[in-house]
Design a protein around this ligand. Structure first.
Ligand code: SF4
Length: 164
């Protein structure tokens, strides 16, 4: 299993709560961010999981967190963050940033593999950069998000220059 695979067993329904969705994006109704989907049950499981397609939830079928949620829940594993609304908000804000950088890192890995370049050293660097909860910026901290993105872009450029 790749570190960029989603793993619903290690999730806490982030995509069903933290994300906003809209009818125009292949959902049957509009949901605001940070509001649980109406089909999420008390155990944080989807009550219509076997009927997503028939009910028009193609957006749920197509969605991937690119491994960001399993990674983030592991970083917070020793903490009962879900019992505190403030901490939950903090984790969700990190999730919004982490999902986008996990998608970028996964795409980078795929492109390197296609070009027969061993991506492992760069991926080790990536997982170092997101290795603790403190290192993962909140989506609202623009300065930290930009600094992270710039650092990752520079590391990728240098890596490609050295390996091509
Ligand atoms: S329909 Fe199910 S999988 Fe989709 S957001 Fe709602 S609870 Fe989650």
């Amino acid at each position: 299993m790749s570190k960029f695979d989603y793993d619903c067993a290690k999730c806490a329904a982030f995509c069903c709560i933290a994300l906003q969705f809209k009818e125009e994006d292949y959902f049957p109704y509009d949901k605001e961010k940070d509001v649980p989907c109406k089909h999420l049950d008390d155990c944080l499981s989807c009550s219509v999981h076997t009927e997503l397609s028939e009910r028009g939830y193609q957006g749920c079928i197509d969605f991937s967190c690119h491994g960001a949620v399993p990674h983030l829940t592991q970083l917070y594993a020793k903490e009962d963050w879900q019992s505190s609304p403030e901490r939950t908000q903090e984790v969700y804000k990190k999730f919004h940033f982490l999902r986008s950088v996990f998608e970028i890192a996964e795409t980078t890995e795929t492109v390197l593999k296609k070009n027969k370049i061993k991506s492992k050293p760069l991926m080790i660097e990536f997982f170092r950069m997101v290795g603790t909860a403190q290192k993962v910026p909140s989506i609202e901290d623009y300065t930290a998000c930009n600094a992270f993105t710039e650092e990752w872009t520079n590391k990728t450029r240098l890596f490609i220059a050295k390996n091509t």
